[in-house]
Ligand binder design. Structure first.
Ligand code: OOG
Ligand code: NI
Length: 472
């Protein structure tokens, strides 16, 4: 990034973009604004109770907590995905991870555009879950309809394209302050809601019959943001407060059960609202209909898991789902929670165990005691010994990605009444190569990012302690 004061840096641009998007979404979906206020109230109560005096979260929590939000968009074509990738890279957000949504019966795959360095994450961790349609999984009739509608739309303004090119053609990836502001204004147009569809009601219904998300992706002139997600200190409290105030909360919190050591993430949301949409008619005017897609979500984040930890998580979830299916429990069933908690007892819930068994990632640092230790000529030491001696300490790395979808983790008990089209989708293979081709670059593996952070911290400690090697 350039250094001149009139230039925008990526982190500032991302922060401004996130703020602008949030303000726009609050106007579009007023209930989202209510949810943000509710979360703020819950966090205030939690902090005040803990401290036994009234406290304001804005004054206590790290700024990254108050700003943290993720959003989600759904795209139709490779060209749209490539351009989104170019836009987000200007904001310091890069494609991390691959999510195969066929496991949930969606003809889509996805990545998360997010900051990747610890510095950028601590400045502003905003990320966007970005899905793209898999044409190969649509029936021929729907595919034709989708291709036609998508080829006729342009979700980016000419000015936005010009600004992206301007940044790319420069030596330094920077914009003047005015250009930065303009980039945000123009980008918002890509994500805003349009109440006038580009398809007829008939076409919409055909698309929707195959999968509601196909209709959501294909029928509109933009790729509207479909939800935003603030972060909370206590998702269980948010869930009950949503119920108390009569928000249409979903039946249960997704992800692992509440634990002493939180892992991955837990999230809940209010259900998507039905909205008026005007559909094109053959005669060139519009007829009134409706569409349901946009909602508000809340998340609480825990520790990032290693591959081994993720495997254990998937296995446990598969067991939960097998039991739930066998007993015919629904998502809203109170019994579901106890099944979840019982099976998750197998996942260690002590930081020391999570570390010793290499189930989660950690950042290491040298303690003041370690720093003051005189060099004794020793060039090698074991990690466990350094920890035991109190020369080093560690803290968990926060999970920055999304709830993993795994074959075992999907609630598939009622496949019996699943349509033929959905069955075919669920039996499809992931297509990472195809996704990379659409994206134009490979995605970064999330595990390697966490591992890199952990290794960098160990390396830093090794140098600080004057050692040649810190062994396991
Ligand atoms: C996928 C959204 C995924 C989350 O929090 O897991 C997501 C979609 O577009 O429906 O945002
Ligand atoms: Ni989400």
């Amino acid at each position: 990034m350039g250094r001149s004061s009139q230039e925008w840096d990526q982190d500032a641009l991302r922060a401004n973009f996130c703020h602008a998007l949030s303000e726009m979404y609050k106007t579009e979906v007023p209930l989202y604004g209510d949810l943000v206020n509710l979360v703020h109230q819950v966090d205030t109560d939690i902090l005040s109770t803990q401290a036994n005096q009234p406290l304001n979260p804005d004054e206590i929590l790290p700024s990254r907590h108050r700003v943290e939000r993720h959003g989600a968009i759904r795209l139709g074509t490779a060209q749209e995905l490539t351009t989104i990738r170019r836009l987000f890279s200007i904001l310091g957000m890069y494609p991390v991870g691959y999510y195969d949504l066929t496991l949930a019966g969606f003809p889509m795959h996805a990545t998360a555009f997010r900051p990747t360095s610890p510095e950028a994450l601590s400045k502003h961790p905003f990320r966007v879950f970005t899905t793209v349609l898999r044409m190969d999984l649509l029936t021929p009739r729907t595919r034709l309809l989708a291709q036609r509608a998508l080829s006729q739309r342009s979700i980016f303004t000419d000015r936005l394209r010009a600004l992206i090119e301007l940044v790319e053609n420069r030596q330094q990836q920077s914009l003047t302050s005015d250009q930065g502001q303009e980039l945000i204004t123009e980008a918002l147009k890509t994500f805003r809601w349009h109440s006038h569809a580009t398809v007829t009601l008939d076409e919409y219904q055909t698309l929707k019959a195959e999968h509601p998300l196909i209709a959501d992706i294909v029928s509109f002139p933009s790729c509207h943001i479909n939800h935003l997600t603030p972060r909370t200190l206590d998702i269980d409290a948010v869930q009950s407060r949503m119920r108390e105030v009569g928000m249409p909360a979903k039946e249960r919190i997704e992800g692992p059960p509440p634990r002493k050591c939180p892992i991955l993430l837990r999230q809940t949301s209010f259900k998507a609202r039905e909205e008026t949409v005007f559909f094109r008619t053959e005669e060139g005017d519009y007829v009134k209909g409706s569409h349901t897609a946009r909602f508000g979500e809340v998340e609480q984040r825990g520790f990032a898991l290693t591959r081994k930890g993720r495997k254990l998580y998937d296995e446990i979830l598969a067991r939960v789902n097998a039991e739930v299916a066998e007993r015919g429990l629904g998502a809203g069933d109170a019994e579901y929670e106890s099944v979840l908690e019982r099976h998750f007892k197998e996942f260690p819930d002590e930081v020391t165990e999570l570390r010793a068994q290499q189930l989660a990632y950690f950042l290491y640092r040298v303690t003041p005691q370690g720093e003051s230790k005189a060099p004794n000529g020793v060039k090698r030491a074991s990690l466990s010994q350094l920890l035991r001696e109190g020369a080093m300490e560690y803290e968990p790395i926060t999970y920055e990605d999304f709830l993993p979808l795994s074959a075992g983790g999907i609630f598939n008990s009622n496949l019996g009444n699943t349509s033929q089209a959905k069955r075919l989708i669920m039996e499809a293979e992931p297509d990472l190569d195809g996704f990379h081709r659409m994206l134009g670059v490979p995605t970064t593996d999330e595990f390697s990012l966490y591992e890199g952070m952990q290794n960098d911290s160990l390396d830093q400690c090794r140098m600080q302690l004057g050692l040649e090697e810190i062994a396991e």
